[in-house]
Design a protein. Structure first.
Length: 277
């Protein structure tokens, strides 16, 4: 009986490992192909029977992109807009989500449903009226305009995540802080926010990634200085496959770095440690 149980566990582990390997390959292989194309020669990439490993590497396509003068400005604009939107969203949403999480169940559910319905409107349907109004307010082709536009979509998204995060924090922590003489603001800043640090970091990471890869608002609101996703689109329109691959690789590098830095916040058990303290 024990042997059968061990066999089943082993088979489950093997099955889980195979599924995990397939999922990893499914996500990694497209990125690898893009990077391979960006460094590949025309003859090798355009062949009818491409190989998995490159036989020849060239820096010609990267030289074309880096010397074009269209990398630094889009990179800085994308980074500035994504970072500023994330910081502003955290400052606005965190206290609001905490307040919603401490409401009654019915009221909290109503707020969550409203947040859900705001995400049902397509971005393309919102971008056009926004661009018309921003043109009147002299916000076209500015980083501030993109930040305000991104906040329209990202505030409900972050609130949706953080309401769930704060709802999972026991109210005993609030009451314990009040008993120790803390005000509501002190309890929020010194107790609740540190405990919710993982959820806030994860929500911030998703918002940053969404803004970094955002395309629709940038298409409507950017005229002279474009963002990196717009530059990828620009070379796709021109048929520059190799330059497109190089820009896509540049676009993916910060995503990998941000994910690597914040991966420690994805660990579980942060709440139990706070309660023990």
């Amino acid at each position: 009986m024990a042997l059968k149980t061990d066999t089943k566990r082993t088979l489950r582990k093997i099955g889980f490992g195979v599924i995990l390997a397939i999922l990893c390959a499914y996500m990694i292989i497209p990125i690898y192909i893009v990077v391979k194309v960006s460094f590949g020669t025309t003859e090798e990439v355009m062949t009818q029977h491409p190989t998995l490993l490159p036989h020849a590497i060239t820096l010609e396509h990267w030289a074309d992109v880096l010397t074009s003068g269209n990398v630094l400005a889009p990179l800085l604009k994308s980074f500035t807009v994504a970072t500023a939107t994330t910081v502003v969203a955290i400052l606005i949403v965190s206290p609001a989500a905490y307040a919603i999480s401490r409401l009654s169940r019915k009221v909290k559910l109503s707020f969550v449903m409203v947040l859900f319905f705001t995400k049902m409107f397509p971005t393309i349907g919102i971008a056009l009226p926004i661009s018309v109004n921003f043109l009147k307010w002299n916000l076209m082709d500015t980083s501030l305009g993109l930040i305000l536009a991104d906040l329209i979509g990202q505030l409900p998204f972050m609130a949706w995540i953080l309401v769930s995060t704060f709802s999972g924090i026991p109210r005993d922590l609030d009451e314990a802080a009040y008993i120790d003489g803390a005000t509501r603001m002190q309890a929020l800043m010194r107790v609740i926010f540190p405990v919710a640090g993982q959820g806030i970091a994860v929500a911030g990471m998703y918002v940053w990634l969404n803004c970094w890869n955002e395309f629709t608002y940038a298409l409507y609101l950017s005229l002279s200085t474009k963002t990196l996703p717009l530059m990828v689109y620009y070379y796709i329109e021109r048929g520059g496959m190799f330059q497109t691959a190089a820009y896509a690789t540049i676009l993916a590098i910060p995503v990998i770095i941000v994910t690597f830095i914040l991966q420690r916040y994805l660990k579980s058990g942060y709440l139990s440690g706070a309660i023990k303290g």
